[in-house]
Design a protein around this ligand. Sequence first.
Ligand code: UDP
Length: 480
Amino acid sequence: MSRSEQRDREEKQAGTERNGKYPAEGERPASGGAAPAERRQRPRPRISETPPAPPPPPKLDDYAPIVGQPEIDELRFLAQRLRNKTVKMVNSTAVGGGVAEILNRLIPLMNELEVPTRWEVITGGNDFFEVTKGFHNALHGGDYNVTRDVLDIFMMYNEQNRQRMEFAEDLFVIHDPQPAGLIRSKSSTRGKWIWRCHIDLSNPHPEVWGFLRPLIEQFDAAIFSSPAFSRQLQIPQYLFYPCIDPLSEKNKDLEESFIGKVCEDFGVDRSRPVITQISRFDRLKDPVGVIQAYQMVKKYVDCQLVLAGGGATDDPEGAVVLAEVMEQAGDDPDIIILNLPPWSALEINALQRASTIIVQKSLKEGFGLTVTEGLWKGKPVVGGAVGGIPVQIIHKLTGVLVHSVEGCAYQLRYLLTHPEIAEQLGKNGREHVKENFLMTTNVKRWLLLFQIMLGMARPVKPDKAVVPSELPKAAPEVAV
Ligand code: UDP
């Protein structure tokens, strides 16, 4: 039987058929029992109403207990040849969003490695950011009316920033499309220019991409977050997976007492299994499908479902999806729906750590950082087989991939009743993240790429491809 046939069979059996390992419908599960849960008030999150001050950034040695001293030594070794080579990174926002989050960590680490790295943020009026937001949506496949005016606004602000900034470094890294027009300074600089694209360009608006492409092709190299997100370009392309910081509030180890307190505040009963999906209230994250899967599982295993998201109060679409979620949840007190403020990193961390299984049943996804976060916490993760999720979840090795509500229910029920397998998946998943998706790996990729750009090292050519187990951990050149 092929893998996909096997998968389809598993999905059909989901939650309804007895497969020898599961109790039949109507039977009591082995542990806990599916006794009707007590009716409780839906809990209200107790969380600060203002953002707390950010903690100071960690030092390189702080990562040694996590990734091992040899990894840190390797970074120091790689950085030696780049000592005093200067780098400028440019993006369009200092706070908010994944790019700023990564730069906030990356820049201090590069400087600690004595690779002097400056971070500059371009400025612009509301008209500029309206255009760049339109571009962003259009590059993700949305509609956009490209007029002469919007192109002029884009170039005018890029030109203003270009005049204001100096370009004396050895390496320039321009993040995303907003500052791409700075490339016009290339001819008057001695440095190498790299475009780091964090967005999915697999289906861009033709006119917007037609406008940006000639700018991008003036760079010396482009970096994408997934082979599927890239475009055919005349310049070399590299693959950098996104990363998480194991020392951030979202991912650092937590005291058991703190996890307990968060669960208590949110009404999560830790004596019964907890299934959790953390994601914006967005249909593409399929929160309603997650509830349906939970409802199938709940007939056999007494468990709870936590759906924690944010932004539903200031996003009209989020509010509609949240209403659909509430409707599907009905009055089941074991479905805990939390609409969290953006500064809930510690609470999200605690909820993930308190979970028996993490779900990310997306129908469409970018990379899926919530999957990385769940795997890092050693949890079994059930993820939709879309976007960057299959890069992280190697089916039945580092988690499980699902393709339907029934498939999701089947896998949830299987993992809840096979804790030893769930535990092994979690362990493997954590190792996979440690190897590939941590901040330290990201630093290593930059160090290697900078050496390649400056002619100090050569990339692995696709025709000299090595088998996956021999692949270097950092930055192979991507053939697209
Ligand atoms: N997240 C959060 N609060 C929420 C929902 C999500 O902080 O209410 C975080 C989540 O932990 C993850 C990120 O937002 O770090 C979402 O990234 P992902 O790639 O999973 O999805 P995206 O929202 O970018 O599509």
